[in-house]
Write a protein that binds this ligand. Structure first.
Ligand code: SDX
Length: 432
């Protein structure tokens, strides 16, 4: 955009002197008005939900909501999903470029060699009820890593940040898989270093000590793609949570635990589980209209899960890739008549032709199809967000590290519009 202004002037209707504010341009996308000096004039801006607020500058991910574009370090998600494995994308997010063969081998070996947990961590799982939600277990166990790994914690030291990032990338899948095993009452299966990242997770999830388990290569490739599609997504709620918690200097394990907690919400990463539950509740094409009407009814809190997005006003590019992956996995498994997939395709078609959704530019997002793929792979609904969390760990650690490398970064401390009581005198109990 070549005709961007370089400054804006705030003028006031009460005779106060106008204030000039610089406009900062990025490499791509919206410019921003730099309002940092406004506090000196006793003025705050007001933007609940940060609909129009850039909280930081970042080189990692770019989203164009109008055009439905998603780049990681400049590479379109479609190319990364087609040609990379997840650890290559994790390396890209963390280091700014794709690894060459030697870098890829070293990085993969480092992560693979760190997948085991400290053996005492096993006891922490046993403190949970067997019917706990896996995300509740993950929040707790990931947070407790700081009770076991407290060396190399100088977060302003890039090498220390890299060590923590490696530990998290390596151990979160083990914690996710063991959360499932614990709740299922099955024994933990230890990571196998000869397997790929996706194969290892599938092994730890589905293998038992009683028989040999060989991951299905088609499902492993589809799972790698699911991980890539969920790896990072600019300043979404959970990433902003990780940055805000990290801005106080909190240890990386506590930051990622907070990110997992934020992701769990049904408006965010919990939507994949909620979408599957919704499709199962709809059950049959004859009931689609009933649910579409509920989604449009302002007196009903129900929203069409897997639809809409704060940024995308077009198709979420990840949803299109996920739909294609759905076809591939269901074909490979001979499930192409899967009733839920057919129902999802019909629901998508009807919603995309409905004026309510069209006028509000509500399109399927990444969560609309991901649950169908994971369910076809045998992953239970309650584990969908845990998979999202293990995938997003790459983005969270990259964004957390970028924040600490930024000399401009400060502790996050937003202000407010106060609408409470005026100052008043205390009244003793017998006068109230
Ligand atoms: C993720 O931020 C990210 O990048 C997130 C994510 C990532 O990778 O990190 O992409 C992952 O979280 C994807 C989103 C998953 N969530 C869902 O699928 C849940 C269902 N979607 C909605 O809850 C909603 O669309 C949000 C939360 C995703 C976005 O909400 P916004 O931006 O706050 O939009 P809004 O609530 O202001 O909605 C605008 C209008 C409203 O109607 P009006 O007031 O104009 O009449 O659209 C309506 C909303 O009621 N609307 C929906 C709807 N989503 C928005 N109506 C029915 N069903 C929906 N799903």
């Amino acid at each position: 955009m070549n005709n961007q202004p370089t400054k804006v002037t705030l003028s006031f209707d009460n005779g106060n002197a106008p204030i000039e504010l610089p406009v900062l341009a990025g490499t791509l996308g919206n410019s921003v008005i730099d309002i940092r000096s406004l506090g000196q004039h006793g003025i705050f801006t007001y933007d609940p939900g940060f609909m129009s607020t850039a909280a930081c500058n970042s080189n990692i991910t770019f989203i164009d909501g109008e055009k439905g574009l998603l780049f990681h370090r400049g590479y379109p998600i479609e190319q990364l999903a087609e040609h990379c494995d997840y650890l290559e994308v994790a390396y890209l997010l963390m280091h700014g470029d794709l690894p060459n063969a030697a870098e890829k081998q070293r990085f993969t070996k480092k992560i693979t060699g760190s997948t085991m947990l400290h053996d005492q961590l096993n006891n922490i799982f046993r403190g949970y009820r067997r019917d706990a939600h896996p995300m509740a277990v993950m929040v707790g166990v990931v947070g407790s890593l700081s009770a076991f790994y407290f060396n190399n914690m100088e977060i302003l030291d890039p090498r220390h940040r890299e060590i923590s990032a490696h530990r998290l990338l390596a151990k979160v899948p083990t914690i996710a898989a063991w959360s499932y095993k614990y709740i299922s009452g099955q024994p933990f299966m230890y990571p196998q270093n000869h397997l790929s990242y996706a194969e290892n997770f599938m092994y730890m999830m589905f293998a038992t000590p009683c028989e040999e388990y060989v991951p299905n290569p088609i499902l492993a490739k589809a799972f790698e793609r699911i991980l890539i599609l969920h790896a990072d997504h600019e300043q979404n709620a959970s990433t902003s949570t990780v940055r805000l918690v990290g801005s106080s200097g909190a240890n990386p394990f506590a930051c990622i635990s907070a990110g997992i907690a934020s992701l769990w919400g049904p408006a965010h990463g919990g939507a994949n589980e909620a979408t599957l539950n919704m499709l199962e509740e709809i059950g049959d094409a004859s009931r689609i209209g009933e649910f579409i009407n509920r989604a449009k009814d302002k007196t009903d809190s129900f929203r069409l899960m897997g639809f809409g997005h704060r940024v995308y006003r077009n198709m979420d590019p990840r949803a299109a890739i996920m739909r294609k992956t759905c076809h591939e996995v269901l074909d490979a498994l001979g499930l192409n008549n899967d009733p839920l997939f057919k129902l999802a395709m019909m629901l998508e078609k009807i919603a995309l032709e409905d004026e309510y959704f069209v006028s509000r530019r509500l399109y399927p997002n990444v969560d609309f199809y991901s649950g169908i793929v994971m369910r076809a792979m045998g992953i239970p609904n309650t584990m969908f967000t845990a998979v999202f969390a293990l995938a997003r760990t790459a983005g969270w650690v990259a964004q957390w590290s970028e924040m600490h490398a930024d000399p401009q970064s400060k502790i996050g401390r937003p202000r407010q519009l106060y609408t409470g009581s005026q100052a008043r005198e205390f009244l003793p109990l017998d006068q109230r």
